[in-house]
Design a protein around this ligand. Sequence first.
Ligand code: SAM
Ligand code: SF4
Length: 331
Amino acid sequence: MPMIDPFNRTIDYMRISITDRCNLRCVYCMPQKFRSLPETDILSYEEILRVCTEAASLGIHFIKITGGEPLLREGVSDLVRQLKHTPGIRKVSLTTNGVLLSRYLDALCAAGIDGITISLDSLDAERFRLTTGYNSLDTIIQGIHESLSRTIKVKINAVLMDNGGGLQSQWRDLVELARALPLDVRFIEMMPIGYGRIFKAVAHDRILQGLHETYAGIREDRASRGAGPAVYYRIPGFKGAIGFISALSHRFCRTCNRIRLTAEGMVKPCLCYASGIDLKAILRDPAKTNEAVCQALKEAVAMKPAAHCFIPSPQAPEGSLEKRAMVAIGG
Ligand code: SAM
Ligand code: SF4
């Protein structure tokens, strides 16, 4: 039986953050002096697998491994392999900044990874450095090419910042990647969560208008629209699609299909609210059975709000909104 939330949405997808550490410092996600949790506060792989086994029995079929930077944690490919052998789990994918991708690609492929999303905001080396704090662009590009050569399904996710000049060439360069390579390039609107609050989001209608002005024959591709929040467009002659995940300008909540498990073991019904259920306490209590784990997952689904609310309102007062950095939640 699938899990259906109070707004009739089927919840079959779980994002799992396996670490709150990172080897980049994207300005909108993680501050330079972020204090990571002690290792004992992070769920072990055994605990994560226990949650996933119960979640799969309740209808969670799709898992996304995230972080922090998930490839920083040892044994990710073993986790992928075990998840792929968990009855009910159909697809396991990973989102990464790509810095360590080449190193772990063989092991991830052998484990049966179904797709890799690489976060990449700019193809300009200096802008990349200013955004992430590091000169890793070439390494990431290499990881993208190596992933494609192994015929892994690759998506690029880009968060744009309205920081004056260069915006047009920034999105154009990224879009052109999908002409040359068989991958989807998706733009994610900056969300006012954590350090994202400091930056102004680039409304996607602006980029879409630019796309229409630049590329004749561009059209929305409804067939590519999966259960997730992205809206896709096709451009004649391009190998990949262009997607938009427009959290702010076009609320995507009507089709929300997910819950989140943070690295410290909190199940979050919605990215934008602080509320959640402390699964770690249940997992580490010897008196609690797997039934209690299932119950907590069902409660999280029952708590899902109709929509996000990034701006405080009488229905969503300041105190109810998420205050933690995105790196601590998993995006
Ligand atoms: N380190 C991995 C990566 O960068 O893909 C996984 C974790 S990261 C938190 C997941 C995604 O969240 C990235 O694509 C990142 O760009 C996005 N993200 C972080 N802060 C954001 C914000 N304030 N608004 C929108 N997306 C954000
Ligand atoms: Fe690290 Fe990903 Fe956050 Fe960038 S977006 S700081 S790569 S967790």
